[in-house]
Design a protein around this ligand. Sequence first.
Ligand SMILES: [Zn+2]
Length: 511
Amino acid sequence: MGNLLKIFFLLILFPIVIIAQSSKKNYEYNIDLLHMKNDEVMVSFTPPKNNLEKGKFIIPKLVPGFYQAMNFGQYVSDVIATDKNGKKIRTERLDKNSWMVNDLKHVKKISYLVTDGWDSLQQNTDGAKSAGSTFKKDSVFVINYNSLVGYFEEMKDAPYEISINKNKDFYASSALDYKKKNDSTDIVWAKDYRKLVDSPVLYCVPDTTWLKIGTTEVLVSFYNNKERHYSQKIADHIKTILENQKAYLGGKLPVDKYAFLIYFETSKERGSIADGLEHSRSTVCLYRSGNMNFLPDALNRVAAHEFFHIITPLHIHSGEIQHYDFLNPTMSEHLWLYEGMTEYATIHMPIKQKMISLADFEKKLEEKIQGMKEFDNTLSFTELSKNAMERQDQYMNFYQKGPLLGLCLDIKLRELSGGKMGTQDLMQRLMKKYGEDKYFNDNDLFDEITKMTYPEIRTFFKDFIEGTKPIPLKEYLAKVGFTYDETTGKIGTLVNPDSKQIALRKAWIDQ
Ligand SMILES: [Zn+2]
C-alpha cells in the first residue's frame, strides 16, 4: 500500500517538480532599452537555481578576437542583489570586472546599470569599438552582450533567456532568433554565455535585406541616422562574393543564418574610420565618413574574409576557444589556422572561381609577401599565437605570412595527392571530424591532420609553423609553374613549365 501511494504521488508530483526546476536552470535576464536613466540602461536578472553560499559574478575583461584587456566591467555600476522579499543581500566589488554575491542561493534578483562604451566613432579615442556597445535612446542600439550581461563563475554553462524591452518600431537584427512577445518586448534564447556573446544585435527601425545563398539566410542590416534605404544596395553588391564562397566551399554552407550588422555614422571629417569584429554567424561593421560611396566595396572586402570564418574557428577550433575564459583567457596556438587559413581562402577563392585574372592573383601574392616583410619572420607561429596578447606588434603577420603558409600547405597537399587534395578538402574533412560543438586539443591538431593526410605534412608543420625555418615560397611556387624573385618580391609564370607543373597548377587554381 505504501508503495502504491508513493507511485501515485510520483506520477502526480514528478512532472510538476521537473517543470518548476527546469524553468530556473537558466539565467533570466531583463534589459530595458526603453526607459533609460541618464544615458544608462537598466539590466536585471534572476540567477539559475542553485545551492551556493556565494558566487563570483563576472563581466568580461576580454572577448575572443581581441588581445588587450577591455574591462567591460567598467561600464557597470550599482549592482544590487535582493531576495524574494526584496531584502538586500550583500555584494562586494572584487575588481573592475567581478563582484562577490553573498548567500547566492537566496538571491532572487540582481540589478545594475550599464553605460555604453562609445557614443561616436570619432578619431583619437582609445580601443576598438566593435566589441563594445552604444545606446542612443529612441534611435539605435548596437549591443554586444559582453558589455551588458555577465555570468557566475560557478554556473558557467547555464543557458540564457533574455527579455528586451524596446521601442515598438525597432527590429532586432542578429544571427540569433528574436521572438516577439508583444509590440515592445522581444525574447531571445542562447545555449550558453559564449553563444550569447558571439551574437551581437543591432536594434533600430529596420533597413534590412535578406539574401538566400543556397539554403543559408543572410541578413544585411544597415543603420544611419539619415539614409534609411541602403541595405539593398550593399546586399546586391556582396551577393556575388557570397555565391562564389558557397561554390568554393563545395556548394553548401554550414550555417542556416548569417548577419552583417552595419552601423554608419555621417561625419564632416575627411577620410573614413572602420572598425569591425567577426563572429561565428555575424559581423559587426562600424564606419564613419563624409560620404558612403565607398561602403559597398568596403563591405565586399569585409564579407570576403569574415564570412569564411563560418569554417574556422566556428566549426574547427580548440578547447581554448570552446571554453573561452572571459576573465583570464589562455590562447590557442593555432591562429595560423583561424586567421591564416581564413585569409588564404579569401585570396585563393577569387582565382579558383575565375573572378579575377592571373595577373591580379600574382599581385595579391606580392602584396602579402611585401606585407610579411614588415614583420619578424623568424618567430614560431604556434608560439606567437600562444603569446598573441604580449606580441601585439606581430599579430598582423597572421594575415600576411599566415595565408602564404596556407598557400604552401595547399601546394604540398596537391603534390602529395597528385592534385586530388588541397586545403579546401582538408578544411571540409576537419569540419566533419570536429564541428561546432566538438573541439580539438591544441597539442594534437598537427598529428590529427597528418593522420588524415600524409606523413610529410607533419614535417611541413614542424619546419614552418611550429619551427622557424623560412617559408619555402620559391621552391613551392616552382612546383606549380610560378617564378618568384626573392630580391624584388616579383612573381611570374614559368615560360616552359613541364607537364607535372601544368597539372598541379590546374589542380590548384584551375588555370
Ligand atoms: Zn578574421
